[in-house]
Design a protein around this ligand. Sequence first.
Ligand code: AMP
Ligand code: MN
Ligand code: MN
Ligand code: MN
Length: 287
Amino acid sequence: MTMHLLNADLHCHSNVSDGTLTPEQLAERARLNGVDLWALTDHDEVGGVQRARAAAAAQGMLFLSGSEVSVTFAGKTVHIVGLGFDPYDEALQRGLEHTRGGRERRAREMSDDLARVGIKGAYEGALRYVGNPDLISRTHFARYLVETGVCSETHEVFRRFLTEGKPGYVEHRWATLSDAVGWIVGAGGVAIIAHPGRYDFTPNEEYALFTEFKALGGQGVEVVTGSHTASEYVKYADMACEFDLLASRGSDFHDPGESHIDLGRLPDLPGRVTPVWEALEQRILHP
Ligand code: AMP
Ligand code: MN
Ligand code: MN
Ligand code: MN
């Protein structure tokens, strides 16, 4: 098999962040779906990486360490995926810990804001879905709002609540782009702009993100992800070529019922881009 055609899924979440499956369950599901090379990328966390690494080996899959770091850029939240770093790197661990730090207070404020529109007990309700007390996220609130019948599915929650201008939205300051790229690169990994098609940037802002990211030492961009449309695969393959960035591929799988793209069930990267895993050969862990 050539490296280009590996079934690589380099973006997903376990219950160590806002996914619902354990790292072991994800590894098994990835293998059943034909994944050859896998990375677990929990939000602002590397707490599941060792379990995922062992589970990948047990399933006979190639493995890369990973995390998805929350960043504030130009007043908006941007996600930076790191791959192939040393998960024990101290500066990286301290940085992620600091990034996780404000989530608790933010969650209480979200709950207070939801109470003002008549939705009571959201903090306690969301907590029941949390697998890692350090990592309460909007996704856990979304599950609670579905459970209580306020919305019928989590995507509806994000349309009506928890996003800018809607009840339950609390502005939050995450890591800087410079810090996130620095932690990942400093730990020997490659930094990747996650699902660029999901940000509401103007073309100028998007250009600034790519330019600044590149200047800071960022090396990759997600081209094929569960968050992109087919035309965005083309657009971001073009951007990868224009900015001389490596291309990544990942489902962003969270849960069998919520995620519309399953682990490993994505189109191949377009032939004109260089897959990020070709540059990470030395970092790939073999079973
Ligand atoms: P947080 O890090 O707490 O701000 O939560 C962000 C998470 O919310 C993302 O990683 C997604 O899992 C989820 N999310 C954000 N927007 C949506 C959406 N429109 N539909 C479903 N899930 C979403
Ligand atoms: Mn998520
Ligand atoms: Mn994301
Ligand atoms: Mn994600």
